[in-house]
Ligand binder design. Sequence first.
Ligand code: ZN
Length: 461
Amino acid sequence: MKKFGFFMFLVVIMIAFPKVADASSYNAKIYLDGQQINLSSGVKVENNNGTVMVPIRVVSENLGFNVGWNKATKTVTVQDGSQNVTMVVGNRLADINGQSVQMTNAPVLRGGTTLVPIRFVSEQMGLQVRWDNAQKAVYLTSTYGEFNPDETTGSNAATVDGLVFDENRLLVAVTGNAKANVSKLSNPNRIVIDMVNAKFSDTFGSNNNFDEINKNGQFSVSGYPDVQAVRYSLYDTNPMTVRIVIDLNHAQNYAVSGLEDGSGLLVVDLNATSDPVPSPGTSGKKLVVIDAGHGAHDPGTLGATKKKEKDFNLAMALKVEKLLAKEKNIEVVMTRTTDTFLELKERAKIANSLKADVFISIHANSGPSTASGTETYYYHESDKALANALHKEIVKAVGLKDRGVRFGNFHVIRETTMPGSLLEIGFLSNKNDESKLFDSATQDRVAEAIVRGIKTYLKVD
Ligand SMILES: [Zn+2]
């Protein structure tokens, strides 16, 4: 890298997507982790024979990758960690860490700007890329953060066999083991059902309105005043995910049942009038288990100035413990109070065997150096209310970017039998986040926020 003497340069990269014919400037939208990226003024997005081009400014500023440009050799490099992608203008062969790989389109020059294929680049850099042809939007999803060994692929995916809306309920017939994540969104009001580890069955299209090429379809609903239409699409391929959206006429509560009982039928019932509340404990006091992530020989992620995640997690957890100990209606149990190591299954086992009411695992994130902000993870549908309650308070207390409440397949929140959340308070890989996270006053505020979130969720004084 160094020998080329690279300098940052405006490079425009292209997004390959199917079935678009027009060839000039193009109005594609780009989303990273659900947030739309604002393109700087004067930046032209271009569609080149089925390929959308966007500025590398987006890649360096929003995705945080290092971009190099050698004018003499017309060579573009994109680098992050140990991953190096090298491309040359006019050459469809790219070099990935020394290996030659063919791209759909060669990089091209437009005036003073170089264009390279974004789908190719993004996927090589570990991002998931999805093109929504209806919305003309590119969705990039970063997969950094906690290592996620259980991510499912298509090979063993369950199938969605059929969909029907009847008696104000959506019924989804499923074969195999899929996970349904259901959430309510506004503007416009809709209920989103993500069937994780599921794809459409081969016969789905013969019984439903379905575009076999774009893998999507919809039907309108009449006779039910709450609902306009039901849409469905293959939303992601890693993990294989079918997304079903119920378009509502107004905000509407719902209840989810099925799948867990092995019936193969997911029911989203709009006749429900209120959200479920946590069941009261037997002892009177609610039991909260606080888990400081990592420990001992497992440092977690290393920060921008090499501070260790395990130390942040423990400091944070001890502050939460101290505050919870003062609560008359809450009992607190820690998975660790010193720099020791526990297996993930031991952490879950502690909470499960104590029949805790709430489990909270405290972590800090890592990613490209520009990535910043707070994320809160749930696994089970029943974890979501807790995650929402915690996230709202934590975001306010940390004062970093709100990266949202997210589904995450983490062992400790998957295997725990009570509502659980995994908190990623900020990015240690980001210098500003790191200094905030290790600031004692910030930690105090976050600890108070976590306690407020717990109390709100448990409805205790
Ligand atoms: Zn961690």
